[in-house]
Ligand binder design. Sequence first.
Ligand code: 3PG
Length: 307
Amino acid sequence: MAKVLVATDKPFAAVAVKGIRDVVEGAGMELELLEKYTQKSQLLNAVKDVDAVIIRSDIIDAEVLDAAKQLKIVVRAGAGYDNVDLDSATAHNVVVMNTPGQNSNAVAELVFGMLVYGARNFFNGTSGSELKGKKLGILAYGNVGRNVARIAKGFDMEIYAYDAYTPVITIENDGVKPVASTEELFKTCQIVSLHIPATAETKASINYELMNYMPKGAMVVNTARKEVMDEAGLTKMFEERTDFKYISDIKPGIDAELSAKYPDRYFATPKKMGAQTAEANINAGIAAAKQIVDYIQTGNTQFKVNK
Ligand code: 3PG
């Protein structure tokens, strides 16, 4: 009987785990749970005899793949798969998939929770500003970016987007103004929301030069990855631009310093919260379980992300 492990340092809602169990056991497979683990050794031990693993931001590196002798498939229940060593997975004959779009509304809603919080000066009692009429720049127009645009319309914002890979017509059809480059987006918009993945190309790409293009009252919201920020540039922005705010769902390495120095202009969630809703957990978790069952039963590789 095939064995599926759910290995989540940050657990899914119980209702999502039940849904995953129903799919896996309904297909005649066995489900094992490893939640809130604190040591890598627990993960290494849990993967020993499983055929499939469902993860979130959990790290799957060569050591884990070496330990997982029966492993055939890893599904990242979520969008970004920078936590999985794809080359090593391929070398181990392990298929890696993600579940694109399944948690994107949850992340997009958090963007607006964070934007209102930032625009209202972190609820410190002083007079803040409104989002209505402000220019919002969406950097990368994928599943999350599209949901951000949809919600921004309700706030009556002027919406711009840049995406190197999405056709301009797709952006225009959503009533969003496409711009020609990342630079133009930052030059145009007072508020920028980041939705780029962490890749060799994007790492540290949000730097001082780019952020300093932003008009007065600049606010950057990051629900993507901490690696896309150039932290030296971020420090410089805080030092030189007293109007600048940075709100992040992923703590930068310089979190302690920024929290101490700029409590009225900086906020980061203690733990990544973007996809942490029951709905997103159900959508992504059950999609992951179904993709595993489908791959094991029929060989369907529709959502495969490695070679
Ligand atoms: C994603 O890439 O899907 C999001 O960053 C969510 O990550 P999480 O599952 O670790 O919350």
